[in-house]
Unconditional design. Structure first.
Length: 600
């Protein structure tokens, strides 16, 4: 919570303005009982005057003066109440502005932080947890701040003022107020003792609900394909019931607490009336003064109730703030290099005895990777599942950093470049084809967002990319062409169409290095060959790296690397590997027919 206090310092002028307005509101609330007391004791009291009437006055004149006094006091009460209403509205607005700004800043910082985290750091948090922290946790903090400005700041001011006024009114009955406050605090502390652990657990239970819900929505087709809806419904029902029971317990306890508090307040009121009546009978107290004392007593008790209610939110808000801090305090391991001014011009890639081991893994994912990829040549990487092919791509993109050796581009270690320069110089098509909500044109030009879409160069890049990626035909058949909308996740396109649009996006970027990580898997053989042929013809000056599992997709490459268990076990062309590399021969024989092998 200390971090939250530091954030509020940035809004100190608004905070001081809120305190000033709340002080005005407290003054208004504390003044009204005095006016009521005067109206009852002076105004109404004189209307029933039973003593000797002064010679120069009549009963009717006294009555008229009392009415005038009541009207004047009423007008003053109305004016004071109006000032209080205005101060209350302004203080609430200021509190809303500050809490909204703090929440906005937190969301922005968490989003920026998540976007900067490497794969290794992202593995510490689940996606569902990050979503909860960015939404629900920050909302909890925002709600607490709103209540803080509305109640936590106001309650101490009101209670101190009410205590001062009570002491001035009648000290002999102050023990009733003390008794009432103690009784209320006992009920509140008992309730908090039961609900505090539940408050702290609530956010974790929301994480669980989001996790199961996200898994089911993302894998809905798989769930249906295996006719597993009933099992998934039960799994969701379990986490949902656990969250519901936790929340129900909290609300039940809090609901029980309010009647008990009201009971204690009513008992306090009865005691004030009882002992106040005795003081009135003895002539030590007037009716208006007793009403004034009662009102101040209720204000004191309400102040403590408000403080307690807001205090009940502190544990949950503190947990939420801690979860937010866990994300913000995560140390980035992938940072801009020591020479961010360096630029990539040619795109020559060199792997020098590269090794990488995932956190907490016993063995290296890749080890001793040593090769060179140059512009104008297509380099392909093939191997069995889990052989380390995609790890090489991830290391080149600096999603992870090497643990051994070095990766160089144009002779410079990639860790020396700025991340912007490195990733701007690489166009990548990753294993999972991800499309974003928007139009086809906006998706294809994702890598050229800094250019206006209307520019001729941008339009030409879209046309070329769609043609080479074999997407032009099906895009032209759409009613709005490149202006056609892409649904969330590209669900209105088939797997092959999404993959071709993802390839078009990489080609439109026009970077010196092109990476294809198993990016032709959803394409039929005819489309695959046509795409690779046009790719070689129109992008022959690029440094192209293709990761694949199909021999047919990489057999035309200028240089092929064969991976097995994280190591390179063979290098060369398709023909040379068919002669010298047993593992490559095994892969080829499992995929190609005897006729195709004989032709080779």
């Amino acid at each position: 919570m200390l971090n939250l206090v530091r954030r509020l310092r940035k809004h100190l002028p608004l905070l001081l303005a809120a305190v000033t307005l709340l002080s005005v509101l407290a003054w208004s609330d504390l003044s009204l009982p005095q006016y009521i007391s005067d109206i009852v004791d002076v105004g109404i009291g004189n209307m029933g005057y039973e003593g000797a009437i002064p010679a120069d006055r009549t009963q009717s004149e006294l009555t008229l003066n009392s009415i005038n006094y009541i009207l004047r006091s009423g007008m003053l009460m109305l004016a004071v109440a109006l000032v209080g209403v205005i101060a209350n509205i302004l203080a609430t607005l200021i509190g809303t502005v500050i809490s909204s700004k703090v929440a906005m800043e937190l969301r922005h910082e968490v989003y920026q932080k998540v976007m900067s985290l490497s794969g290794e750091e992202m593995n510490r948090f689940s996606t569902a947890s990050l979503i909860t922290r960015t939404t629900n946790d920050i909302t909890q903090v925002q709600t607490f701040l709103q209540m803080f400005f509305r109640m936590m700041l106001y309650a101490p001011i009101l209670s101190i003022g009410a205590i001062v006024m009570v002491l001035q009114t009648d000290v002999s009955m102050s023990w009733i107020i003390v008794l009432g406050v103690v009784g209320v605090m006992v009920f509140i502390l008992i309730a908090f003792w039961f609900v505090m652990p539940r408050f702290k657990r609530a956010q974790q239970l929301i994480d669980n609900v989001n996790r199961v819900l996200r898994e089911n929505l993302t894998g809905l087709s798989v769930v249906r394909a295996f006719d597993n809806q009933e099992f998934e419904e039960k799994r969701f029902e379990e986490v949902n019931q656990t969250l519901t029971k936790n929340d129900r317990f909290i609300h039940n306890v809090m609901s029980l607490m309010m009647p008990m508090i009201m009971l204690m307040m009513n008992i306090t009121t009865m005691l004030i009336v009882y002992f106040g009546a005795k003081h009135i009978q003895a002539g030590n107290l007037q009716v208006g003064e007793m009403m004034q004392f009662m009102t101040y007593g209720m204000q004191i008790m309400f102040s403590f109730i408000m403080i307690s209610m807001v205090s009940a939110m502190i544990p949950r808000s503190a947990v939420s703030m801690q979860r937010i801090r866990e994300v913000l305090d995560t140390e980035n391991t992938i940072l801009d290099g020591s020479s961010p001014e360096k630029k990539i011009t040619k795109g020559v890639i060199s792997f020098e005895r590269v090794g990488y081991r995932f956190a907490n893994a016993q063995n290296d994912a890749v080890q001793g990777i040593d090769f060179e990829a140059i512009p104008g040549r297509t380099t392909a990487i093939i191997g069995s599942t889990g052989s380390g092919k995609s790890t090489i791509i991830n290391l080149l993109m600096r999603f992870f950093d090497v643990t051994e050796g070095a990766i160089r581009i144009d002779g410079t270690d990639i860790r020396a470049y700025s991340l912007e320069e490195l990733r701007t110089s690489i166009s990548a098509v990753l294993q999972k084809s991800v499309l974003f909500t928007g139009t086809i044109e906006e998706n294809v030009l994702l890598g050229r967002r800094r250019e206006a879409i209307a520019l001729p160069a941008a339009r030409s890049a879209v046309e070329t990319a769609l043609t080479v990626s074999q997407s032009a035909e099906f895009v032209e058949q759409l009613e709005d062409g490149v202006k056609s909308e892409v649904a969330q996740g590209g669900k209105n396109f088939s797997g092959g169409q999404k993959q071709r649009l993802a390839i078009a996006r990489a080609l439109a970027k026009d970077a010196p290095i092109l990476l294809f990580d198993d990016s032709f898997s959803a394409l039929d053989y005819k489309t695959d060959r046509a795409l690779r042929r046009q790719l070689k013809e129109q992008f022959s000056d690029k440094n192209i790296l293709i990761v694949g599992q199909r021999v047919s997709s990489i057999m035309d490459a200028d240089h092929i690397l064969v991976m097995d268990k994280g190591r390179i076990v063979g290098q060369g062309t398709h023909k040379s590997l068919m002669k010298d590399c047993a593992i490559y021969q095994e892969i080829a024989k499992s995929q190609l027919s005897e006729e195709e092998l004989e032709d080779e």
